[in-house]
Structure formats: structure tokens, C-alpha cells
Design a protein around this ligand. Structure first.
Ligand SMILES: [Zn+2]
Length: 111
């Protein structure tokens, strides 16, 4: 990637990390244990448990994505940053800038 593309990557990654950290804080709040005597208003306890498990899945996904993007930021200056982890072809800069955590080319990602 060109220095400009790397700068763009840093910029986009920083924005995405900030966004994910907010999402994670909010989801952590939604995944607190549900007290048995809590007043749930019109929500039934089953709904609350259902919502909590959806929030837990989203929380895991957000944490994993945050981890991967931080990892990619650390690897940005490494010579094989753009190398597909499967076929070793070069992953297009546009794909990396769009997905931020892409480590494979489109062919390998879809096969
Ligand atoms: Zn590939």
C-alpha cells in the first residue's frame, strides 16, 4: 500500500475502534445478569433472556472484530501486510480499506 493508503487505513481503523469500543460498552451493559425479581415492565422474563443472549453474541462479535483490527494496525508496516493468508496473492488495498480486517483476497474469502 502507498503511504497515503496506510494513512487512510490508520484513520479508518481508529474510527472503527472508537465505534466498536462504544458498542462494546453498551452491550456489556445489556448483558448484565437478569435479577429474578427485576421489574421488566411489558417485557417478559423470557424476552429479557432472549435479548440478553442476542446481546452476548453481538458483544462477542464486536470484541473479536476489535481484536482483529488492532492486530492489523500492528501489522500495517510489515512487508506481508497485504499478502493473502491463503494463496499469498496481494489483497487489493481497496478491500483492506473497506473491510479493515481482511486477511484474504476475495477469491479465498468466498471459496
Ligand atoms: Zn487468496
Amino acid at each position: 500500500m502507498s503511504p497515503e493508503e496506510k494513512e487512510e487505513f490508520r484513520h479508518r481503523a481508529a474510527e472503527e475502534i472508537a465505534r466498536l469500543e462504544l458498542t462494546i460498552a453498551s452491550l456489556e451493559n445489556d448483558t448484565q445478569p437478569i435479577a429474578p425479581d427485576v421489574s421488566l415492565g411489558r417485557l417478559t422474563r423470557m424476552d429479557a433472556i432472549q435479548n440478553k443472549s442476542v446481546a452476548e453474541a453481538n458483544l462477542n462479535a464486536a470484541r473479536n472484530r476489535l481484536q482483529r483490527i488492532k492486530q492489523r494496525l500492528d501489522q500495517l508496516d510489515s512487508p506481508d501486510f497485504q499478502q493473502c493468508s491463503v494463496c499469498r496473492d496481494e489483497v487489493p488495498a481497496a478491500r483492506i480499506l473497506y473491510l479493515l480486517d481482511a486477511q484474504t483476497c476475495l477469491d479465498c474469502a468466498t471459496n
